[in-house]
Design a protein around this ligand. Structure first.
Ligand SMILES: Nc1nc2c(c(=O)[nH]1)N[C@@H](CN(C=O)c1ccc(C(=O)N[C@@H](CCC(=O)O)C(=O)O)cc1)CN2
Length: 300
């Protein structure tokens, strides 16, 4: 294995430390405490874990944490009423609705009912438009985390060829916008892209966010390229014992690590950066709401 492993867990801890410093300065200088509200509808086990972690880490960096846990059969009207009350609550600077939502709820309608200034996920249509036109916005947490790791590894990204494999609204599209903003030459590829291996082979930076376990093998990777694996796929692992599972990314780690210059592991790569960037966005939202300068190094 030759690639340098980009340690997302350690990087995320550093980002959370910077957020905690920013929070303590806000308290000392302005008597302000950023507040983050997380809304969970239903009992999806993975979502439960993520929401618990978000609440714990919010408190650890010194912010106010509020959780709204609603039944799986909650009506759209009731969910919108919760969001309206959070939009109007001056002690809340960030609102997040954990995804996926139960099927009977219209995800776009729900997300677009969040005050865009409090939309710390960056999923509101206004924030999507602002990011797409290069204006100040709230930036989706996972792509922001990837960008931070890439900037840290490369310094400047200017002129590099980047291929994003995946075209989701949550990761692929905003990731491409962020890389363009840093002057990369960006290709968005996906499962139907013609000659996908050759397209990926051109890239100095590969961001894999396609949601298919180990889809990108090492022989698609240009020697020395940086590989950011956004995938989190849980597979059965009978070799570890009955009922056991293991997590893999969208990249075949062993073969890719043998040729890449740098690579993020799964777990311990992009995943932990998602929550760290959520906290960074909440601090940013609080600063903006109060007309204060934004924290340095924590935004795009
Ligand atoms: N409203 C949102 N919903 C969802 C988002 C989001 O950004 N906003 N992203 C994902 C889930 N997610 C946060 O919500 C998230 C996913 C993964 C991790 C993480 O740290 N993963 C670990 C592995 C965890 C495990 O063992 O299962 C890792 O990769 O090391 C954090 C947050 C969907 N929903």
């Amino acid at each position: 294995m030759s690639a340098q492993v980009i340690d997302g867990k350690a990087f995320a801890a550093k980002v959370r430390g910077q957020v905690a410093e920013g929070v303590s300065k806000l308290k000392a200088d302005h008597d302000l405490v950023p507040g983050l509200a997380v809304v969970l509808v239903g009992e999806d086990p993975a979502s439960e874990v993520y929401v618990r972690s978000k609440g714990k880490m919010t408190v650890e960096v010194g912010m106010k944490s509020v959780e709204h846990r609603l039944d799986a059969d909650t009506s759209e009207t009731d969910l919108l009423a919760v969001i309206k009350s959070l939009n109007e609550d001056a002690s809340i600077h960030g609102i997040l609705v954990q995804l996926p939502l139960p099927k009977h709820l219209n995800e776009d309608l729900v997300i677009n009912s969040i005050d865009p200034a409090k939309d710390v996920d960056g999923f509101h249509i206004s924030n999507v438009g602002l990011l797409g036109t290069g204006q100040k916005s709230m930036v989706p947490c996972t792509p922001l985390g990837c960008l931070m790791m890439l900037r840290d590894h490369h310094g400047s990204l200017s002129g590099l060829d980047a291929v994003v494999v995946g075209r989701s609204n949550i990761v692929g599209k905003p990731m491409a916008q962020l890389l363009l903003g840093d002057s990369c030459t960006v290709t968005i590829a996906h499962s139907r892209t013609k000659d996908l291996p050759d397209v990926v082979r051109r890239a100095d930076i590969v961001v894999a966010a396609v949601g298919r376990p180990e889809m990108v093998p090492g022989d698609w990777i240009k020697p020395g390229a940086t590989v950011i694996d956004v995938g989190i796929n849980r597979l059965d692992a009978p070799e570890k014992g009955e009922g056991k599972t293991r997590l893999v990314g969208d990249v075949h780690y062993e073969s890719a690590a043998a040729v890449a210059g740098a690579i993020t592991p799964v777990p311990g790569g992009v995943g932990p950066m998602t929550i760290a960037c959520l906290l960074a966005n909440t601090l940013t939202a609080c600063c903006r709401a109060n007309g204060l300068p934004e924290p340095e190094g924590l935004t795009a």
